[in-house]
Write a protein that binds this ligand. Sequence first.
Ligand code: AMP
Ligand code: MG
Length: 436
Amino acid sequence: MKLSNREQLLSFCQARQVVEHQALRFKPGAAEKVSLNRSLARFLALPIRADRDFPPFPRATRDGFAVQSADLATIPAHLKIVGEIKAGAAPESMQRRLLPGEAVAIMTGAPVPVGANAVLMLEHTRRCHDGGIEALRQVAGGENIVPRGAEAGEGQLLFDVGTRVTPTGIAVAASAGYSTVTVYRRPQVAVLATGDEIVPVHTFPGPTQIRDSNLHSLAAQIELAGGEPVPLPIAPDHPRELRELIALALQHDLALFSGGVSAGKYDLVENVLKEFRAEFYFTGALIQPGKPIVFGEAEASVKPRRKRSATVHEPVKMRRVPFFGLPGNPVSTLVTFELFVAPVLRALAGGEPAPLLFASARLKTELRTPVGLTRFLPARMSGGPGSIEVEYLKWQGSGDLVCASRANCYLVVPDDRERMNAGDEVSILIFGSELR
Ligand code: AMP
Ligand code: MG
C-alpha cells in the first residue's frame, strides 16, 4: 500500500500490517565481529553451532550414587561403593564399568560411569557400617542423568542468522566456545525532536517551555532494540531550520521525528518531508495514544565516501530512507515506537520478524471508552501464574509521563469496545514485547 501526499488514516491492524510488510524490504548493514560480552541485543549475522555434544558426557544432575536401577527393584537394597566421581574427574574414571550390586559416589555435573543407568539422590540413601550404602528408594532407568548430546548434538544449529542475542544466548554461545560473535552493524537512527517550546535537558526551561524527554526515551528504546541513536539538535517550528535538520536526519538508516505531525498550524514535519519526495505509507492510525503517527520513505542524497578531485563531476546518488513522524506527546511517542518503529528497526538491525505478543488478564475495574480507536492504555499487571490481573492507571492523557512511568504494560481496548467490566478477560501488551 503506497500513497503519495494524501491523508491516509488506517486502523491499528492495517497500520501494523503495513509496517510488518514494509519491514521485510529493509536489509541490515554489514556484519562485524564483536566480543561476546558486547553482543547483547545485537542480531546474529553468522549462525552459532554446537562445537561438541551437549552435554559432552552423560551428566549426573544430582549429588548421590550412580547405580544400576535393576539393583533397586527391592528396597532397601544394599550396594557396595566402588569409587567416587566428581565434576571434572579424569575421563578414565567413567570408563571403569559399574557391575551389579555396585554404586559409585557421584556429584552434580560429573560424568556417569559406563554400566550405570541412574543416579540415586544422596537423600535417598543411608550409610552402612561396612562402608556400603542402603538404597531407600527405587530409581527409574535414566533418572537424574542427561544423556550425552541430549541437549544438542555436535554441529547442531543453536542460533540461526537473525536471532537476537539475549543473556541466555550469550551463555549458550559461551558454552559452545564463542568468545566473539558475528553480528550486523547497528543501524544508525537519527532522532529529531521538533517544537518551539522544547529545550534540551541541560537548559532550564522558561515558564512556557518544556524539556525534551522524547529524545531520551527514544534513544533508550532504540538502544534496547539494537540500534544506535543519533541525537540531532532540536528543530524549531520553522520550515527552513526544519528542512536542514530533516536533511541531516535522512543521512541515517532510519529517521525518527518527534512532534509536529498533528493537524496544528505549526505542525510542519509532513509538509517539509514532501520536499524530500516523501511517500507516506500512512499518515495516521486509529489508536490512542498516538493517532497522528506518520510512516513513509523519503529521498536523501548519498554522501560520497571520499572526496574526489573537484574536476570530476559525479551525478549525486539518491537513496530512499524510512522515517517515522511520531506524535510529540511523550506517551504517544513511547507507544508508537513499540507498535510501529520496532519492527522496522529490527529489520534494519538484521532481526527476524517478531510479532507483538499479547497476553490475557482479568480487568480489575470497569472501563468505558468511546468506540473508534484501538487503545493502549498505561496499566499495571500483577498476580501469578494463571491469574494475571490488570488495572488501568488514571492518567491525564498522552502527555502524562508520570502516570506512564508507573505502568508495566498496556491495556488493549479494541476499537469496537465501549465498556469493559471488572472481571472481564482482556488483552494486555507487555512492554518490549518485540525484544526476543
Ligand atoms: P506536537 O506533536 O508537536 O503537537 O506536540 C504534542 C505535545 O507533546 C505538546 O504538548 C508538546 O509540547 C509535547 N512535546 C513535543 N515534543 C516533545 C518532546 N521532545 N519532549 C517532550 N514533550 C514534547
Ligand atoms: Mg509541536
